[in-house]
Ligand binder design. Structure first.
Ligand code: FAD
Length: 623
């Protein structure tokens, strides 16, 4: 007879949400157990071995700012690095790295294994223990019970997972892994609304069978960017290139000729797929006018010959996959090492969650990751940190915490999901945030690390690093503010000589830095304006804060205004029909949802800022 073992927090699932959740709970001091099917697959990237990208890179930085593992693991595994949108404004610049799949997994495993307060156990969880309307533990496949005051479920694509390759279909959590069928069955009996989604992955190809002649090489940036605020370029392994090729008319012909055997089009797959990561058959049908689609040839790692052809995710039958691959330039005799496939899985309506990711129906049970309707490692990891932290806070009897929309992309993600739900896999984009200029990659630590430290999820060393950075930025801004160039002084002469700028009136170094043609580096080419700070992050911060000071201030005022309205209450007997100018659609949506505050109303999809202004005017009149 086994005696149940007691923990503060149990996390089910060792994917991206699960590892961040377990680490976050353990960092706060909660005694934590991470239970997963297979310890060897902890931190496994199910699909594309890449971290970051537009919107996603912002999430990675925020996870890092809260003490998470993803950025540090990416720094140790990234083999091709780029800053996307480098020529655009700082709000939309984003870091992305192609990762070595094995190095990434090894880095996550090491971080998990060396985290104090965190234990691992390899078993499938088949059931939850419920007592007095609360979750109090889990039961594994071999009947072992583990007790905890809070449980975080992060089962990814595994719940009732069904894999499709052409007409063939079989149960699986992802290729090579079992599904979580027993647990899915139990969860369907609970009062949480479940539905089906799908996602897919391309066939993998042996690099040695590709003809690279005439294909476009895409080297990474030099110098390579770094993800973690505590990381450095020295953490990066050897760097390699990616390549670009394209589908041809023949590829599209092959696909069109096989649609009657595509599980997407025969009705075999019911779940909705990711809009922004469609399968190649979906792209060929939806964009019929296009004769070619781009494919990125991305290495899977330094010690493997497999490549990931990004852009041809498919669930067509294997013989069609062979034909379509061979019709692509450079892939004429390519050898497929693993067929592409689609997977359908259960997810839960995230409107059944509090914003701190605890289920409304079952106190003590938290959900994070793909099971909340998202897609992507970064979205999963971001939810993991919040769910793990809140599971620990719950056990410690403390108030829950989650970032607001104006504080973090994590706040945008959680608010979008819990307010509006999702009917298709949700991924992050910068366009989802209304306060983009504030939510930059370069300041995620300034936005979140201090709060994280107060909550116990950010260790002292990381907080000390933040303080040093913050002080250095303040000091440098103050120093530049005291350096005055004038028509008749030495500094003015130096600026004219070195920068070719006519100094016709007294102007300080901050004013100079605001000029569009100057950046911090150019400014520091004037020796009299030195000594320059040697930390590139500090220099970047000084530059952004100075150049965008006016815009940032205006956005700060807007945030303040919104925050005041956020909690403005709407009486439940409010008569929306009497608000002149509201469209019939918006009126209907408001009457259906009966939001309690203006903040909630503003997040109902279709309720525009203009409609909110009308509501505010009407509420004021009522008073
Ligand atoms: P996962 O990474 O799936 O991890 C789940 C973990 O839970 C696993 O360790 C599993 O073993 C464990 N587990 C599950 N059930 C149990 C149980 N009962 N007991 C114990 N352990 C359990 N993302 C994109 O952004 N774009 C894409 O195009 C894309 N395509 C994909 C294609 C495929 C075929 C798959 C499988 C995934 C794809 N993804 C894609 C999604 C990406 O892999 C996920 O978003 C991400 O891995 C989700 O992280 P997670 O932690 O929620 O779940």
């Amino acid at each position: 007879m086994f005696h149940p073992t007691h923990y503060d927090v149990i996390v089910i699932g060792g994917g991206h949400a699960g590892t961040e959740a377990a680490l976050a709970a353990a960092r706060t001091g909660a005694r934590t157990l991470l239970l997963s099917h297979n310890i060897e697959t902890i931190g496994q990237m199910s699909c594309n071995p890449a971290i970051g990208g537009i919107g996603k890179g912002h999430l990675v930085k925020e996870i890092d700012a809260l003490g998470g593992a993803m950025a540090q693991a990416a720094d140790r595994a990234g083999i091709q690095w780029r800053t996307l949108n480098a020529s655009k404004g700082p709000a939309v610049r984003a870091t992305r790295c192609q990762a070595d799949r094995s190095l990434y997994k090894a880095a996550i495993r090491r971080i998990v294994e060396t985290q104090p307060n965190l234990e691992l156990f390899q078993q499938a969880v088949d059931d939850l223990i419920l007592e007095h309307g609360r979750v109090t533990g889990v039961v594994t496949q071999m009947g072992v019970s583990f007790r905890a005051r809070a449980v975080v479920l992060t089962a990814g694509t595994f719940l009732a997972g069904k894999i499709h390759i052409g007409p063939a279909q079989y149960a699986g959590g992802r290729a090579g892994d079992p599904p979580a069928s027993a647990l899915a069955q139990k969860l369907r009996e609970l009062p949480v609304a479940a539905d089906r989604l799908k996602t897919g992955t391309p066939p993998r190809i042996d690099l040695r069978s590709i003809n690279f002649e005439g294909l476009e090489e895409q080297p990474g940036d030099n110098p390579a960017p770094v993800f973690s605020y505590l990381g450095s370029r020295a953490d990066h392994p050897r760097q390699v290139s990616c390549w670009i090729t394209h589908t041809t008319e023949r590829t599209h012909e092959v696909i069109r000729g096989a649609l009657d055997r595509s599980p997407l089009y025969t009705g075999q797959i019911e779940g909705v797929g990711p809009r922004y990561c469609p399968s190649i058959e979906d792209k060929v049908v939806r964009f019929a006018e296009k004769s070619s689609h781009q494919i990125f040839i991305e290495p899977e790692g330094l010690d493997t010959f497999e490549i990931y052809p990004n852009g041809i995710s498919t669930s067509l039958p294997y013989d069609v996959q062979l034909d379509l691959v061979h019709s692509i330039k450079g892939f004429e005799i390519a050898h497929i090492t693993r067929p592409g496939y689609a997977i359908e899985y259960d997810y839960f309506d995230p409107r059944g969650l509090h914003p701190w990711l605890e289920t409304k129906a079952l106190p003590g049970l938290f959900f994070a990751g793909q099971i909340n309707g998202t897609t992507g490692y970064e979205e999963a990891g971001a939810q993991g940190v919040v769910a793990g932290l809140n599971a620990a806070l719950n056990v410690q009897g403390k108030a829950p915490w989650y970032p607001r929309r104006d504080e973090a992309y994590i706040g945008v993600l959680i608010d979008d999901l819990t307010s509006n739900g999702t009917i298709e896999p949700y991924r992050m984009f910068t366009s989802r945030a209304e306060y983009r200029l504030h939510l930059r990659e370069d300041n995620a630590d300034l936005r979140l690390t201090e709060t994280g430290h107060q909550l116990g999820v950010v260790p002292q060393a990381r907080f000390d690093a933040l303080r040093r950075k913050r002080d250095a930025v303040t000091q440098e801004v103050q120093r530049l503010g005291t350096l005055w160039a004038a028509p008749n002084n030495l500094l003015g002469a130096a600026v004219e000589r070195q920068l070719g700028i006519a100094v016709s009136r007294e102007t300080n170094a901050l004013d100079l830095l605001r000029r569009p043609e100057l950046d911090y580096g150019k400014l520091m080419s004037v020796p009299e304006l030195g000594p320059a700070v040697d930390d590139v992050d500090v220099a970047a911060q000084v530059e952004v804060q100075t150049k965008y000071a006016g815009y940032l201030e205006r956005q700060r005022e807007e945030i303040e205004r919104q925050r005041r309205h956020e909690t403005t209450r709407i009486p439940q007997d409010f008569d929306y029909d009497r608000v002149r100018g509201l469209s019939a659609e918006v009126t209907l949506k408001l009457k259906r949802s009966l939001p309690e505050t203006i903040g909630q109303a503003s997040r109902i999809s279709g309720v525009t800022p203009a409609a909110i202004s009308l509501l505010l005017v009407h509420l004021k009149r009522r008073d």
